[in-house]
Design a protein around this ligand. Structure first.
Ligand code: ADP
Ligand code: MG
Ligand code: MG
Length: 923
């Protein structure tokens, strides 16, 4: 007995897609649950692999014998004979692997036709034209896919006959014409292959089976698998499905169609699909005739429509998933020819999940697991209307998702001015710097011609949830002339442009948009996610506006509020600069005194929005020179100012000078507009002082330099001001009856001594604020873990810190000793390509290294402080794969940018659901 290579549809295991392929497994399953599938059988993927292993690509022993046995069974079921003249059995030969793969062989229909069986078919149907039409189609399809005869060879003959007959379309051809075409096609095959067209049905079948098997290694299929990363674990070899033909082209009581059990665009629970009367399967997709919407069938063939509704209901009830199915009606009898899980957009996925749960078709668990969290991104940003059909003029990196239209503006100040005036603007720069931040706030989106997905523009835009296209190198941005050149097009300031941060496309002009759609269904689905998840999902937000938006997305608190973003606002930067340039502690304190009420108001704003949820505020983190202009910029500005002073000739030049000073933001707004040479001198002096400071603050390696808590300990008055701002804001809210839970977080900590010191200030300020306000404050004090040493000392740090938050961006840099910019620009792509590193660790959390360190720190921290609250606030906090890891190591929360909150909520639920599946929390 040889191996079992073939399973009849009535015996194959519908769950075994690896062996039978997706199409075959479902044909078996549908047959076994009693749906009307034409009889047939599946030749297994094992037979395919065995055939491909043979140097001569012969079918393995036993396959052909088993084919004959199974064909006999099909003959018995249909009452027809394969190769028989009286009542011929015809079959289709269809490929199908475990993964749906359009790269493989086309289906051959009507196999078994030859001069004899053709006569039988004609006699049976009484339709000569139909018979010859089927025959010539079969010869061409078999010739092409099984014998490799190019289509053009057939087309040439076809056109010749049409020309002779004087008709344009095949419908104009008579039976005699079609018979002539069939004849010519047979000759084409013989000429091209050097052999007559195989007339013996079993020979046809054998050739077709081998052709399907070989198509697994065909270029199209191999390329497809590479492109979509289909590994041999996912799909290995293709099965062959041999199915008795049914005819949708046998008259007006015959039809063929395709359908979805629900609308795949909206998710609505309605009949959805198209059909064609008197046509064969391939005609629907081929687009020769325009199919009718299925709703018309209800009127045209009510009884069949009823059957179709029943088929659809049974498919859904059985598969408990939206199905994409194919059917054919032959003389009033409905046959199902294929089903598979339907591919849907995010809107439809969310709606069907919620409705199928409510209908009791699936449970919440299934409803949550069937949606890939990343898909939700489609719903959370406005996007370009696919029907708008604009043509992009350039393409950059999709750096922050969503789309936006607006007037191109080439500097941040002007963007802010126009934004305030109610204009929609897109900030266009070569690249952006921290001092452009006010321009971001005012813009709908950001376009840069330089920089990657982690450039300043990209990171800040993502944080704010604004669309950004970065590094659109095809665009030449000239900030001085205020115009951009793309190929032979030029757009200047004021021109309307559209950017799509999801695709990286840039358009000149406005492109129609579809608004983000946070539907009731999505809210319901995510509420189920929250019930299921162990991890809480917080947002990174720096302003009350960001916080409000995060709240809409379902953030359960703020996990990271960066105070430096507050410093960057346009009216504050001069005060911050004053603080930095201050020569004495007294001068510095004077500047800080101006900042205190501003910071306090910031915090009050955020606390109010988030009440009663926790808000974690991080004390100042970046090195302070980031708030100053660059050395080069200052030198250039000084040159210009000195030149102006030396060449002051008349009012006009002075006007220029003043105007220029106005555009350099450190100028006092209260200075009168009247030109005065003394002003130029004053500006020169200020710039010189600043330049001196910039030079003094120069650092060889700013990332590892004077920043975070190190800076805080050097200038205690800065952190003290911030701590006071937080605690006074809390007191103010509490007095007003608003419940607040602030958390003070110290960045860049590497030793418990640092924390102790800051904590002593916190305690002193707390006592003071409580005394003056008469309010008892409740808040937490904690530490970032973003330095390797901090992780190693987590047990000690936990004695001072009530919570930890992993800053995985810095921690990844520190663990790898890679600086992010250099790594991504210089060697990471090569590392990824040559598989030295699987992923970019700045995008996908490196579980084996960075993650291992985190796990150790979590465990050590909780030795000192059982049940300690520990989270993550790096960009990784919003990525499903990293969230899964955070769940496994037992973190309490993840924090991510507002628009990623829904994605993180779903991912957190899925992590909880699949972890229980794998038998509790592993690791
Ligand atoms: P694909 O994977 O491209 O959908 P299929 O194997 O499903 O290829 O076949 C292509 C078309 O031929 C479909 O419309 C299908 O319904 C039709 N078809 C396949 N087998 C038969 C058959 N035995 N009888 C009638 N139509 C068939
Ligand atoms: Mg199909
Ligand atoms: Mg950091």
């Amino acid at each position: 007995m040889s191996q079992k290579w073939i399973y009849a549809f009535s015996e194959g295991d519908g769950k075994n897609k690896k062996l039978l392929g997706g199409k075959g497994a479902n044909l078996c399953e549908m047959t076994q649950i009693g749906l009307n599938v034409p009889p047939g059988f599946v030749i297994t993927t094992e037979a395919c692999l065995a055939c491909l292993e043979d140097p001569e690509r012969r079918l393995p022993d036993g396959v052909l014998d088993q084919v004959r046995l199974h064909m006999a069974a099909v003959e018995e079921k249909t009452g027809k004979t394969f190769g028989g003249r009286a009542n011929p059995l015809l079959v289709s030969v269809r490929s199908g692997s475990a993964m749906s793969m359009p790269g493989m062989m086309d289906t051959i229909l009507n196999l078994g036709l030859n001069q004899d069986t053709l006569q039988g078919l004609i006699a049976q149907t009484g339709n000569e034209r139909f018979g010859y039409d089927a025959y010539r189609r079969f010869i061409q399809l078999f010739g092409k896919v099984a014998l490799g005869v190019p289509d053009e060879e057939f087309d040439a003959e076809f056109d010749a006959v049409k020309a002779d007959a004087g008709v344009k379309h095949d419908v104009g051809l008579s039976a005699a014409h079609l018979a002539d075409i069939a004849d010519r096609f047979l000759k084409v095959v013989e000429r091209v292959t050097g052999k007559p067209f195989p007339a013996d049905p079993y020979e046809q079948l054998t050739i077709a089976i081998k052709a399907v098997f070989n198509s697994w290694l065909g270029k199209r299929a191999v390329d497809y698998r590479r492109e979509f990363k289909i590994t041999s674990e996912m799909a290995n070899g293709t099965a062959v499905n041999v199915v008795a033909m049914v005819f949708g082209n046998m008259g007006d009581d015959s039809a063929t169609g395709v359908g979805f059990t629900r609308d795949p665009g909206t998710g609505e629970n309605v009949m959805f699909g198209e059909y064609l009367v008197n046509a064969q399967g391939e005609d629907v997709v081929a687009g020769i005739r325009t199919p009718k919407p299925v709703a018309e069938m209800e009127r045209e063939m009510p009884e069949l429509y009823r059957q179709l509704v029943e088929l659809r209901n049974r498919l859904e009830a059985h598969y408990r998933e939206v199905q994409d199915y194919e059917y054919t009606i032959e003389k009033g009898v409905l046959y199902c020819l294929q089903t598979r899980n339907g591919k849907m957009n995010a809107t439809a996925l969310v709606r069907t999940s919620v409705e199928m749960v409510q209908e009791g078709l699936i449970d919440k668990r299934q409803g949550l697991l069937r949606i890939q969290p990343e898909m939700l991104e489609q719903l959370l940003f406005p996007r370009l209307d696919p029907k708008a059909g604009g043509k992009p003029v350039a393409r950059g990196l999709p750096a922050s998702p969503g789309a936006a239209s607006g007037i191109a503006v080439f500097d941040a100040d002007r963007a802010e001015k126009m934004g305030r005036a109610g204009e929609k603007v897109i900030l266009v720069r070569e690249e952006t710097k921290p001092e452009d931040i006010h321009g971001f706030f005012a813009s709908q989106g950001i376009l840069t011609s330089r920089g990657g997905k982690t450039s300043h523009a990209a990171v800040v835009a993502r944080g704010m949830g604004k669309p950004c296209v970065a590094g659109a190198e095809g665009i030449h941005v000239d900030v001085h002339t205020r115009q951009a050149v793309v190929g032979d097009q030029v757009f200047g300031e004021g021109a309307v442009i559209t950017i799509d941060g999801t695709t990286g496309h840039v358009y000149v002009g406005e492109v129609a948009m579809i608004e983000a759609d946070f539907s009731d269904e999505l809210a319901t689905l995510l509420s189920w996610a929250d019930e299921t998840a162990m991890l809480k999902v917080m947002a990174n937000a720096d302003t009350p506006r960001d916080a409000e938006r995060a709240l809409k997305f379902g953030a359960m608190g703020i996990g990271l509020c960066r105070t430096e973003r507050m410093f960057n606002a346009v009216e504050r930067l001069p005060i911050v600069v004053e603080m930095i340039v201050a020569e004495t502690p007294a001068d510095r304190q004077a500047a800080l005194n101006k900042l205190l009420p501003i910071q306090r108001e910031d915090f009050v704003g955020i606390f109010k929005v988030m009440s009663p949820r926790p808000v974690t505020v991080r004390l100042l983190d970046p090195p302070i020179h980031e708030f100053l202009p660059s050395e080069n910029q200052l030198v250039e500005e000084l040159d210009r100012l000195r030149h102006l002073r030396d060449t002051v000739l008349g009012m006009q030049v002075l006007h220029d000078a003043v105007d220029f000073m106005y555009r350099t933001r450190d100028t006092h707004p209260e200075v009168p507009l009247q030109a005065d040479p003394a002003l130029v001198d004053e500006a020169i002096q200020k710039k010189e002082a600043m330049l001196k400071k910039v030079r003094a603050l120069f650092e060889v390696n700013p990332m590892l330099g004077h920043r975070g808590v190190r800076l805080g300990l050097t200038y205690p008055e800065i952190y003290s001001m911030q701590i006071r701002g937080i605690l006074e804001a809390a007191a103010e809210c509490q007095k007003a009856g608003i419940e607040v839970h602030p958390e003070i977080m110290v960045p860049q900590v590497c030793t418990a001594q640092e924390l102790k010191k800051v904590k002593s200030w916190v305690e002193a300020i707390q006592a003071d604020v409580e005394k003056t306000s008469g309010v008892t404050l409740s808040f937490k004090f904690g530490s970032m873990l973003e330095v390797v040493r901090a992780c190693m000392r987590a047990e000690n740090l936990a004695e001072e810190a009530e919570f930890f938050s992993f800053g995985t961006n810095d921690l990844t840099q520190a663990t790898f000793s890679f600086s992010r910019e250099d790594a991504e620009n210089k060697f990471l792509p090569m590392y990824n390509q040559s598989h030295i590193l699987q992923d970019n660790p700045f995008e996908v959390l490196d579980e084996k290294g960075v993650g291992r360190l985190m796990e150790l720190a979590v465990n050590w921290g909780r030795v000192a402080r059982p049940g300690m609250k520990i989270g993550i606030c790096g960009e990784h906090g919003g990525h499903p794969q990293s969230i899964r890891f955070c769940h496994r190591v037992g973190l309490s929360y993840v924090s991510c940018s507002g628009p990623r909150v829904p994605i993180a909520r779903l991912a957190a639920a899925q992590a909880a659901l699949t972890a229980t599946e794998a038998g509790g929390q592993a690791l």
